[in-house]
Design a binder for this molecule. Structure first.
Ligand SMILES: [Zn+2]
Length: 234
């Protein structure tokens, strides 16, 4: 459990991130991964029927979710809903899970460097009303690869041309602070600093706690699950 935000006696926002100890949560037909997902959901009193999963594509698409008829949303990297008891989910292992919530609406985005530079964050924000953006919207950036470990090659440098402040050089190598870019994009939309919370943990550094695609050299494919929902108890 990461966070519970009580809105009133019946309504709360629930935010969850699984850790390495819970096993890989990859959205595939691997029976162990399926079992890990089921166990994690059960432990957190979430019905698997209500879990909506984005089938990630490193895109900039945000899908509006109205019901739980469709459990897997193809080719999308962010989900948003204003309906209670729909558990929006993504998986990550270095990419940053970004949670958005207001009393009316919740969203989740899978923010890797491709999605970030293609504006997955501004695209998700577009789905919130002006009022929520300025007053009520809060953001949590979950654990992801830090600027200590996110090294890029020169061939993709041009993708970061709008974000020179997020780059730094170390021993002739280029490192990127992805969370700095996300913050810059949030500020541009008018979200104040005080509404942005950063869980400052690098998935690469914390090998006990998190899976990291880069640390594992893209060999194991193990991922963590992130979930957000508006829970309404009758
Ligand atoms: Zn690190």
């Amino acid at each position: 459990m990461l966070k519970k935000i009580k809105l009133n006696n019946q309504k709360q926002i629930k935010i969850l991130i699984s850790e390495k100890k819970h096993g890989s949560m990859r959205l595939d037909n691997n029976p162990q991964n399926k079992l890990n997902r089921i166990k994690f959901l059960e432990k957190n009193s979430i019905s698997i029927e209500k879990l909506i999963s984005a089938k990630l594509k490193n895109s900039n698409k945000c899908a509006l979710i109205k019901n739980h008829q469709k459990k897997i949303i193809e080719n999308t990297d962010a989900l948003i809903t204003d309906k209670p008891n729909l558990y929006l989910s993504i998986t990550t292992a270095d990419c940053i899970p970004v949670f958005f919530y207001s009393p009316q609406c919740v969203a989740i985005a899978h923010a890797g460097w491709r999605g970030i530079t293609e504006n997955i964050i501004p695209n998700t924000l577009k789905a919130f009303s002006e009022f929520e953006l300025k007053k009520n919207l809060k953001i949590i950036m979950g654990p992801g690869i830090g600027s200590c470990h996110f090294k890029i090659q020169k061939d993709v440098l041009k993708k970061f041309k709008h974000y020179p402040k997020a780059l730094h050089l170390k021993k002739q190598k280029i490192f990127v602070d992805l969370k700095k870019i996300i913050k810059q994009q949030l500020f541009k939309t008018g979200i104040p600093q005080k509404n942005i919370h950063n869980l400052d943990e690098c998935t690469y550094c914390n090998s006990q706690k998190f899976f990291s695609a880069r640390r594992e050299r893209l060999k194991t494919n193990k991922v963590m699950l992130s979930i957000i929902a508006i829970e309404h108890q009758k």
